[in-house]
Design a protein around this ligand. Structure first.
Ligand SMILES: *Cc1c(COP(=O)(O)O)cnc(C)c1O
Length: 340
């Protein structure tokens, strides 16, 4: 029985072409910068986000924390949105690794008010830490997008104050697809960007950190410090190349499938899709209280071969990806109806 896994796009399996690429990858010791496959991936990644250099890292969390460590000094302050991944889901890594203080601003749909950003930037005062970085997230984990216009405005604020911007672009290619622009249009407003190969782009492992040549050289040494210097990692980088060449072009299918799923869910009485947050491959759903929808729905669905997460707050989240087809969505919605 096929398992239909709607928990996240992190569950995507490497494709057949990726498995063949792994088998045939030419490799070397990447700590000596001797791995031609990694070098090719890093060059390709840098070009696609419009930066001078890029670095292959083990995970998105690693890439974000490496960016913080490389942009800041211990005791600096970083401005970011209160619900962002770096603050909420990275085990307080910013406190442990870079040793920075996070100054978070509650945003609207992931967007911090511009005047609040300005106010948060510290002036020179014996009591104050130095503000050295702003972090943005696009697409956000809430399923929303930051517009290019908004990003440009934040970039102007940062420039004026002489501070850098790091973009948590775990799903930057989803954002680019939804905004109908190249990823580099999004990334031109930031100094560094991290994006994941291992989510909708289907690679088994890995993320990229991109920025200026100087920044990436420094990050390469910090990656070693963090234990992320990997050896014949071209075996994995070979998949990342396919992620960029092929899989980044097919995300539109995942987005269309998310819309398809949303339409079907809305046909169920008492089910509501948050349309404002329906932009990429995520569907956020709430159910009216008067509907007899079981609290343990994820267990009941699992018995039918469907994996979903339980409620996060009042809300359910379903994620489409390369291993989800329309027929899987039809099956899922039909089963869902039977458990109500
Ligand atoms: C998934 C994700 C990350 C972290 O990536 P991992 O590879 O899971 O460590 C960072 N930021 C955002 C917005 C994410 O969705």
């Amino acid at each position: 029985m096929k398992i239909i896994d709607l928990r996240s796009d992190t569950v995507t399996k490497p494709t057949q072409i990726m498995r063949e690429a792994m088998l045939n990858a030419i490799v070397g010791d990447d700590v000596y910068q001797d791995d031609p496959t990694v070098i090719r991936l890093e060059k390709m990644a840098a070009e696609m986000v419009g930066k001078e250099s890029a670095l292959f890292v083990p995970s998105g969390t690693f890439g974000n924390q490496l960016a913080l460590l490389t942009h800041t000094n211990r005791g600096d302050e970083v401005i970011l949105e209160a619900n962002c991944h770096i603050k909420k889901y990275e085990v307080a890594g910013a406190a442990v690794i870079a040793g920075v203080q996070l100054n978070s601003i509650e945003g609207v749909k992931g967007e911090m008010d511009l005047s609040k950003i300005k106010q948060a930037i510290r002036s020179e005062d014996i009591h104050f830490p130095k503000t050295s970085l702003i972090c943005l997230e696009n697409a956000t984990g809430l399923g929303t997008l930051l517009s290019l216009d908004y990003m440009e405005k934040v970039a102007n604020i940062a420039k004026e104050a002489d501070i850098h911007i790091h973009l948590d672009g775990a799903r930057v290619f989803n954002a680019a697809t939804a905004l109908n622009v190249d990823a580099l249009e999004i990334c031109k407003h930031v100094d560094s960007v991290m994006f994941c190969l291992s989510k909708g782009l289907c690679a088994p492992i890995g993320s990229m950190l991109a920025g200026s040549k100087k920044f990436i050289n420094k990050a390469r040494k910090n990656r070693k410090l963090m234990g992320g210097g990997m050896r014949q990692v071209g075996i994995v980088a070979a998949c990342g190349i396919i992620s960029l060449e092929k899989m980044s072009k097919r995300l539109t299918i995942d987005h269309e499938n998310a819309f398809y799923l949303a339409d079907k869910l809305e046909q169920i009485p008492g089910f509501h899709v948050d349309r404002e947050r329906l932009n990429i491959n995520m569907v956020f759903v709430t159910v009216d209280d008067n509907i007899n929808f079981p609290e343990n729905y994820s267990e009941l669905l699992f018995e039918k071969g469907i994996k979903v997460n339980g409620y996060r707050g009042e809300e359910m989240r379903f994620v489409t990806h390369n291993d989800i087809e329309r027929s899987d969505i039809d099956y899922f919605v039909n089963i869902l109806k039977t458990i109500i």
